[in-house]
Design a protein around this ligand. Structure first.
Ligand code: B12
Ligand code: SF4
Length: 481
């Protein structure tokens, strides 16, 4: 079979629609498209010229262009799984294209995903995506490693494949339909993913099940080239207010020597830009690294703080303590960098008051912004095995911060209210006025943006309250708690 046309689709948990709010509110409609899928589109374009990607965070899908493709690839995380299956059903009814899934959710849930597509490509797609196209061309698509498919009601999984050797592909943003027109929106953040894998083993983490525990890195020169081309795409034709590039690695500092060389390469490149990066608390005890971050243009560290109780760290095998976190935050701030907090609520020890405690911690320690995520449970992770009988549902579209399980010491309804409370206290009108009058430059812009983003996050969380109230009552688990 000759392959002439290929389309990639990123489904949106909330598919793109035009709205004024959508122009300014960070992440209201997942406005930052997938770098992973765009990387694969770039790889495939070299082989099949008629290749293009659609992301429902950026535009609607032009079905007239998609349905006559030879192969359609859909890549998704858990929060977009329902929408992916909806699109897949539509494609199956209206197109003869071979339909292939990939990405974190289908990799960890291939038994579920196989019901909606022809093949699931498991794990990272940098090499397998071309292999499967070539295998389809030779009419033997199942001849490759690392795929799952359904045959006569049986799920077949071919032998596991090794992770790709080359992860240096620089995504070509022009291959995403309408991206250049949309990129001026302040809700869309430039991103670069520089390494994969993390040596740790936190119970709730799905990522190590796709990227593994061995850290793999791109060359510092390649990372700098990617940063340069990303900045160029974002800024050359538009004036953007929030010029901050996000290094999206899960644990950039895991390979310290490499991290130092990347930072030195950024400094040496004379790229003048602002950066943000995710990190564990250990970074706060590494003065040399903090100085390099500062010199390279980093303005903040998004720290995976997760919990505020040592009991929770122990329960979920997160190597960290409350005191570690406090010391780290203080030292990072001493170096002139901001700390953003990434938190998880709904641990077995969490009870009423968890929201208040979180908000107070954030305010007292001058944490500049937060992401509060209620615990979720993805098949394949240890926390799923220990909590699978406590799930309220497996409606994946609700895994966007909502409570989705029956916690041990607080009802789902009360926990959802705790998240709303914490967000409201952290992003209060008083703190907005303070940011308006006392903060300057990018700090002011970011707080204003986040104030409105959190307002829409709360509105969504509130919509879920009646359902959680009913689930709480019907469970009969919480009595007078
Ligand atoms: C950047 C990012 C975002 C961005 C953009 C997301 C996007 N469009 O990709 C924004 C800010 C929008 C975002 C939002 C959220 N995010 Co987010 N985000 C990330 C982050 C840090 C990096 C993504 C990335 O670039 N990865 C690197 C690339 C190389 O990996 P990849 O995309 O998986 O692609 C590779 C493979 O998976 C595979 N592959 C992928 N697609 C396909 C398709 C095919 C056909 C094939 C063959 C292979 C394949 O090949 C690719 C290349 O090797 C990830 C963490 C992570 N490491 O992935 C979290 C992550 C995806 N986010 C997560 C969550 C929970 C959220 C939120 C729900 C948070 C919240 N409470 O609001 C929201 C959801 C938004 C919404 N309302 O829908 C979770 C998802 C967990 C899960 N089980 O799905 C992650 C994994 C973080 C975590 N630690 O758990 N996020
Ligand atoms: S440190 Fe972060 S990326 Fe590493 S296993 Fe834990 S949650 Fe996952």
């Amino acid at each position: 079979m000759e392959i002439k046309k290929i389309r990639f689709i990123e489904p949106g948990n909330l598919p793109y629609r035009k709205s004024i709010k959508n122009l300014y509110v960070y992440d209201k409609y997942i406005r930052t498209p997938s770098t992973g899928l765009l990387t694969l589109t770039t790889i495939v374009k070299q082989y099949v010229n008629d290749t293009l990607m659609y992301s429902e965070s950026i535009s609607q899908i032009l079905w007239g262009d998609v349905l006559d493709s030879d192969i359609i690839f859909i890549g998704f995380f858990t929060f977009a799984a329902n929408r992916a299956y909806e699109l897949a059903q539509y494609i199956r009814q209206n197109s003869n294209a071979i339909l292939i899934f990939g990405g974190l959710h289908p990799t960890l849930n291939h038994e579920e995903a196989c019901n909606y597509c022809d093949y699931v490509l498991l794990g990272e797609g940098d090499e397998s995506v071309l292999e499967i196209i070539k295998a389809i061309e030779s009419d033997n698509p199942v001849a490759i490693n690392g795929i799952a498919y359904k045959k006569d009601d049986t799920i077949i999984v071919t032998p596991k494949r090794n992770p790709p050797k080359n992860i240096d592909t620089i995504p070509d943003y022009n291959l995403l339909y309408r991206f250049q027109k949309m990129v001026w929106h302040n809700t869309i953040w430039p991103q670069v993913h520089a390494s994969r894998g993390c040596p740790h083993n936190c119970d709730y983490c799905a990522l190590i099940h796709i990227f593994g525990r061995k850290v793999r890195t791109r060359t510092p020169e390649n990372v700098v080239k990617d940063i340069r081309s990303t900045i160029d795409f974002y800024d050359s034709k538009h004036h953007r207010l929030a010029k901050v590039l996000w290094i999206t690695d899960d644990n950039f500092f895991a390979d310290r020597e490499w991290a130092v060389s990347v930072l030195k390469a950024i400094i040496g490149s004379e790229i003048k830009y602002k950066f943000t990066i995710q990190a564990r608390y250990e970074i706060g005890y590494d003065d040399e690294m903090l100085e390099l971050l500062k010199q390279a243009g980093f303005i903040e560290i998004a720290m995976g703080i997760e919990f505020l109780e040592d009991e929770a760290f122990e329960n979920y095998h997160k190597k960290s303590t409350y005191n570690d976190i406090i010391g780290s935050v203080k030292n990072i701030q001493k170096h002139g960098l901001r700390v953003r907090g990434l938190f998880i609520v709904g641990a077995d020890n969490h009870a009423k008051g968890v929201g208040e405690r979180l908000a107070n911690f954030v305010i007292e320690n001058n944490i500049c912004g937060v992401l509060i995520q209620s615990m979720y449970f993805i098949p394949g992770t240890p926390v799923y095995e220990t909590h699978k009988d406590k799930l309220i549902h497996t409606d994946w579209s609700k895994c966007v911060g909502n409570v989705v399980h029956y916690p041990e010491n607080i009802s789902p309804y009360d926990l959802q209210k705790e998240i709303i409370y914490a967000s409201k206290k952290i992003y209060s009108l008083k703190r907005l006025l303070y940011a308006l009058f006392k903060k300057r430059g990018i700090e002011r812009i970011l707080f204003i943006g986040e104030f409105f983003w959190q307002k829409s996050v709360r509105a969504d969380l509130k919509k879920e309250l009646p359902y959680l109230k009913k689930s709480t009552q019907e469970s009969g688990l919480y009595g007078s708690k």
